[in-house]
Design a binder for this molecule. Structure first.
Ligand code: GUN
Ligand code: ZN
Length: 428
């Protein structure tokens, strides 16, 4: 057992932030030996209950849940900042040629290290990430995450058409490979597998059907894909799947809408799409830096809140421009505010933070396991130093309440504010 004394941020069951200015976080082994949060609350209320437990005092620091990135591409770590007219030319000119390099296991292993280093440096303790179409890319990433004790979910990309040589896979083999990867990696320690059709235009009917069959056969495996990101992409999907009501419905029609299905972007939706998200329990990975960078559009937070479907935040690197959850939360605030093409809303800092932690965990069906510091959660947490930079320090010193404190961090924070990261209790 070990205790930490510092300010403490966590969330209640309604997504409301709970903040103890002088808090105690107790970490100790759970029933199967995995380090869990055993107690969390005010120092004054808890300290006497754990005599003899070593306490690390971290004055001026904030303990907060490790961030969850709901949608990211590990093989696009080096694609960040590649400008293009829009999504489809960006894929063709930068992304597919780069992803082709991941057929080489040694190259994939090298980037896997860099990718996890970057995530951890920025305070992200769990990503839901695409690999490439090469099974070797999944093996490289899973092995690297396993070595670090990190909870990570990843999958081999399925793309058997409209894709160049080097990344295009073969229908039957892609499904055989996916199932073998599920058997090898899903539930192996802290690792999880996601069935990963790249997006409907890159997958034949047979591949999408096979993906749906895998998702039905392995119900606790995740599903991840892209939808309704870009107007040209949507027109293409409608042309390829004329029988489906909408682009999103294509996934429903192939059995790919259910709990633990995470769809990136979800920008150009109508209310029927939103209701399909709600009724199936699927979740949106809102990726604001990517959507702003690629000129894709603005996620409609008003629509998501009005109909009520699960959503959380994602970097979508390399379409996205930063691994930093602070940058993503700020971009989500801008996107919410945009009120010229859709109703604008002002997201609270507590809600933005929740979308990147406990809300993202809920989207993954992992509430109570990660994304929070309530008793029973796995001990993935960050130690934030709000005095890491001069202006941030000045701002937080004058913060009058929790909203002002969190908003200061969202606007002025970055990796410099992430002093330390713990994975399953241990410093990463
Ligand atoms: N749609 C299909 N593939 C991709 C991708 O790699 N990134 C993004 N942002 N959208 C996609
Ligand atoms: Zn993406």
């Amino acid at each position: 057992m070990k205790a930490y004394r510092a300010a403490l941020l966590r969330f209640d069951d309604h997504g409301q932030a709970v903040y103890d200015e002088d808090g105690l976080l107790l970490v100790g082994p759970g029933p199967d030996g995995m380090p869990l949060i055993r107690a969390a609350g005010a120092w004054s209320a808890l300290a006497d209950r754990y005599p003899g437990v070593a306490v690390e005092h971290l004055p001026g620091r904030i303990l907060a849940p490790g961030f969850i990135d709901l949608h990211v591409h590990f093989p696009q770590t080096d694609v960040i900042g590649s400008p293009a007219e829009g999504l489809l030319p960006w894929l063709e000119n930068y992304t597919f040629p780069h992803e082709a390099r991941f057929a080489d296991p040694a190259y994939a292993a090298g980037v896997a290290k860099v990718f996890l280093d970057e995530l951890l440096r920025h305070g992200v303790t769990t990503p839901l990430t695409f690999a490439t179409s090469h099974p070797a890319s999944v093996h490289a990433l899973m092995a690297e995450a396993k070595g670090r004790g990190m909870r990570l979910i990843a999958g081999k990309v399925l793309q058997d058409r409209h894709s160049p040589d080097g990344v295009r896979d073969e229908t039957e083999q892609s499904l055989v490979d996916s199932e073998a990867l599920i058997r090898q990696w899903h539930g192996h320690g802290r690792l999880g597998y996601a069935v990963t059709p790249r997006f409907a235009p890159s997958c034949s009917d047979a591949q999408l059907r096979g993906a749906g069959e895998l998702a039905a056969k392995y119900p606790d495996v995740w599903i991840q894909s892209h939808v309704a990101e870009n107007k040209d992409e949507i027109a293409w999907a409608r042309q390829l799947f004329p029988a489906s009501r909408s682009y999103l419905s294509v996934y429903g029609d192939f059995g790919l809408m259910r709990e633990r299905a995470i769809y990136a972007h979800c920008i150009h939706f109508d209310d029927d799409d939103r209701r399909l998200m709600r009724s199936t329990g699927a979740a949106a990975a809102v990726s604001p830096t990517s959507n702003l960078f690629l000129g894709s559009g603005f996620f409609d937070y008003e629509g998501a809140q009005r109909i009520g479907f699960r959503h959380g935040l994602a970097s979508d690197v390399g379409g996205g421009t930063s691994f930093s959850p602070f940058h993503t939360m700020l971009a989500a605030y801008y996107v919410g505010r945009e009120g010229q093409t859709k109703p604008g809303v002002s997201l609270s800092p507590q809600n933005l933070w929740w979308q990147h932690t406990a809300g993202a965990a809920q989207a993954l069906g992992l509430e109570g396991t990660i994304g929070n510091l309530q008793p029973g959660c796995e001990a993935d947490f960050v130690v934030l130093n709000p005095h890491a930079t001069p202006l941030l320090s000045r701002k937080v010193t004058h913060a009058r309440d929790l909203d002002e404190l969190l908003f200061s961090l969202i606007v002025l924070g970055d990796d410099r504010a992430v002093e330390r990261v713990h994975l399953a209790g241990s410093p990463a």
